[in-house]
Write a new protein. Structure first.
Length: 477
């Protein structure tokens, strides 16, 4: 059993926490003179996903990433030694939930002196690496199907919230070249941005971290509140219910994915003067159209996707927590022309971003807020499950961006990274995520087992991307 004493100093690129304001980040761990790191508050997003997990014990939510590792084969002892070495300088990865008794006070020190119990993230003094780094067998000779089934099986095993909420699985028995390492973490601790940060802490080769983050968000203006209210009102209109879903979601999560060149997405985006995210959403719309084609001969209501939006700033890049909100966007599956479909998606995202106010209200009132003592766990769980309310949204479409740093495991380069988006099992039909690493982009489709033909969606998405690439062609000189 390998135990290690963690040096609770911040990583070399950690940023100090500002002070003296009610708008500080949520108590990010800061070193005292003796080098210790203190606990910190959960974000509202952490509280929400934790409330859902506790309210519905069999419906946990985990995020993850599959790493393709080149070089000579990696054994368990080498992987554990690598992780133990990294954890000594990464106290954020040793955090676990603990309860503290404290008087309820506001940011000016006012309030009742009556004690109450609150949850905090606290770094541990020692971590049993053997608990977090294990070998998992993939049935030999089963190829990619066996690998997917192994990941599906692991997705039914909850992450233990009684210790630092993450796991590493060294996959054995697969037919892929090199080594496969699966990282899994509880969504109560990590969103997509935090997942990237955790991978950097464990495997990053340099100080280049995650994705580009803004230094600050502007203060919300009256128009931003009005636009948010308008979006919320529009969200009351039901999304289209496809017969192709096969009825209510049932059964465990199933994971399939495809890989493409990241430059192909960028070339399409440049040629049409749109963003990579617009291309991603438009090709999801095209794939869903082809998958349920008979339902679009007489298009009526569109289907809607919940698109997560990061409200994380560079000051919080070290924190393994949830800094995400979401916005509903219509997917024009009824449009048969792929170029017009892309143009319609781009027009909608431009309207959402008009004025630079997307996410600023949520940033001001949610990202930095302490959980009120009277907050309802039922309401928090309801907020966390917004992507599972199939009357309002048909799917979740995540895009955490391109991971800029290079990763390596015990001196072996990570050659590929497949993100594994969470799914509300038994509630949600589909969750899609686009992860960029190196020169490639990987699109993963996590679906309920009850969805007929869900395994064809990645190839349909890739085909839609190919159509747009052909139509874009080279830019005229």
């Amino acid at each position: 059993m390998r135990r290690l004493q963690v040096n609770n100093r911040p990583p070399r690129c950690a940023r100090p926490r500002s002070s003296g304001s009610c708008d500080d980040s949520p108590d990010s761990p800061t070193p005292e003179g003796d080098g210790t790191v203190h606990d910190r508050s959960l974000t509202i997003g952490d509280h929400a996903f934790l409330a859902f997990t506790r309210r519905f014990p069999g419906e946990f939510l985990d995020v993850g990433a599959l790493l393709y590792v080149g070089g000579p084969p990696l054994d368990l002892s080498a992987l554990r030694a690598h992780v133990a070495d990294r954890l000594r300088l990464a106290p954020h990865l040793t955090e676990q939930l603990h309860s503290v008794a404290s008087p309820p006070r506001d940011c000016r020190g006012r309030g009742s002196q009556a004690e109450q119990t609150s949850l905090r993230w606290a770094p541990r003094g020692d971590v049993n690496v053997d608990d977090h780094v294990v070998v998992t067998a993939v049935r030999e000779g089963t190829g990619d199907d066996g690998l997917r089934r192994a990941i599906d099986r692991l997705a039914t095993q909850p992450i233990d919230l009684g210790r630092p909420p993450w796991m590493l699985h060294l996959l054995r028995g697969h037919s892929a070249e090199g080594t496969l390492v699966l990282y899994r973490a509880s969504h109560a601790h990590q969103d997509g941005g935090a997942l990237y940060r955790a991978l950097h802490l464990l495997f990053g080769e340099d100080d280049e971290t995650g994705v580009a983050l803004p230094q600050a968000f502007p203060a919300p203006r009256p128009g931003d509140y009005l636009r948010l209210a308008g979006r919320n009102l529009q969200g009351l209109a039901p999304t289209r219910a496809l017969a192709a879903w096969g009825g209510p979601a049932r059964g465990p999560a199933r994971h399939t994915w495809v890989t493409t060149e990241l430059d192909a997405l960028r070339q399409i985006a440049r040629r049409h003067s749109v963003t990579v995210n617009d291309v991603y959403l438009a090709t999801i719309a095209g794939a869903l159209r082809q998958w349920s084609l008979l339902e679009w001969h007489r298009p009526h209501r569109p289907i809607h996707a919940l698109m997560p939006i990061s409200i994380r700033t560079s000051a919080e890049q070290e924190l393994l927590s949830n800094f995400t909100t979401g916005v509903r966007i219509a997917l024009p599956c009824g449009e048969p022309d792929p170029v017009r479909r892309l143009a319609r998606v781009a027009a909608r995202t431009r309207r959402l971003k008009r004025g630079g106010g997307l996410g600023v209200v949520e940033r001001r009132h949610l990202a930095l807020a302490e959980l009120p003592p009277y907050a309802s766990q039922r309401f928090l769980a309801h907020a966390a499950s917004s992507g599972a309310r199939t009357r309002e949204v048909a799917l979740v479409a995540s895009n955490p961006g391109h991971l800029r740093c290079r990763l390596a495991v015990a001196g072996r380069p990570v050659t590929g990274l497949v993100g594994l988006p969470p799914l509300f099992v038994g509630r949600q039909h589909l969750s899609v995520a686009l992860f960029g690493y190196g020169e490639h982009a990987h699109a993963t489709f996590t679906a309920s087992a009850s969805v007929p033909g869900h395994e064809t969606l990645p190839d349909l998405w890739l085909a839609e991307l190919g159509v747009l690439a052909e139509l874009a062609g080279p830019r005229p000189r």
